[in-house]
Design a protein around this ligand. Structure first.
Ligand code: BTN
Length: 234
């Protein structure tokens, strides 16, 4: 598949959103620096030189849920990192954590044609050799901090793309099986007691159900549907 290297861009996701018509499914865009890197929930994603910032364009021919690609990327990155000796977990819904810190985030965006996802852009950000800003140092970590050495970005990208393509192909006819694999590799399990922030207050609850886009938690005998658990404390 085609890989486009850009020295600097606002956001690789935005680049593909604006230019998807010019490229075939499977095209990958990598940027050395993003000046307007975006995270989930309208957050900014700090993207200086040294990190791996890329987006993959998918134009699915048959019906598929966009979250299929997010889970495929999650599972693939989880496996690839294990392979290079970096123990990591998937934090619901699609972050990669090492111990208690975030190493990688995924932002999947979809352009619908009616009910059908016409274009799916899966944006992946991994802190590799980049400096973690002081104010994020208790929440985020880089691969070089974990392993004590710098990593070859092109080599890492190749490993990840090989794994992502493999997982996408393997599970495209059985997405439920991918959901099972993703669930097995999640930090949080159904039945776990968790402590999380809700409207500014810490609340204890129990996870009843884990889905792609929401989680059901029991708090004081009532079940709550939560669409984001960014401040989960386990
Ligand atoms: C998150 O954890 O909130 C998701 C972060 C996703 C960051 C990547 S970097 C490449 C791509 N381009 C963007 O602007 N965002 C994604």
């Amino acid at each position: 598949d085609k890989i486009i290297f850009l020295p600097i861009i606002g956001s690789t996701n935005d680049f593909l959103k604006e230019n998807f018509d010019k490229f075939p499914s499977g095209t990958v865009v990598v940027a050395e620096v993003q000046t307007k890197g975006r995270g989930r929930n309208n957050r900014t994603w700090v993207s200086p030189e040294g990190g791996l910032w890329f987006s993959i364009l998918f134009k699915p021919k048959k019906k598929v849920k966009p979250t299929f690609f997010t889970k495929a990327a999650c599972v693939a990155i989880n496996k690839a990192l294990n392979q290079i000796g970096v123990e990591n977990k998937i934090k619901w819904p699609n972050d990669i954590y090492v111990k208690a810190k975030k190493l990688c985030g995924i932002l999947t965006e979809t352009i619908f044609e009616g009910q059908h996802p016409k274009v799916i852009i899966c944006g992946i950000g991994i802190n590799v050799n980049n400096q973690i800003p002081e104010e994020l140092s208790d929440k985020a970590v880089s691969l070089s901090q974990i392993t004590g050495r710098p990593h070859d970005l092109k080599k890492l990208l190749k490993l990840l793309l090989t794994k992502i393509n493999y997982i996408v192909k393997k599970y495209s006819t059985k997405p439920e099986a991918l959901t099972r694999v993703w669930k097995e590799r999640l930090m949080q399990k159904e039945g776990d007691e968790i402590r999380f922030l809700l409207d500014g207050k810490f609340v204890n609850g129990k996870i009843l159900e884990i889905e792609d886009e929401f989680i059901v938690v029991e708090v004081d005998g009532k079940s709550l549907k939560l669409f984001s658990l960014d401040v989960i404390v386990t």
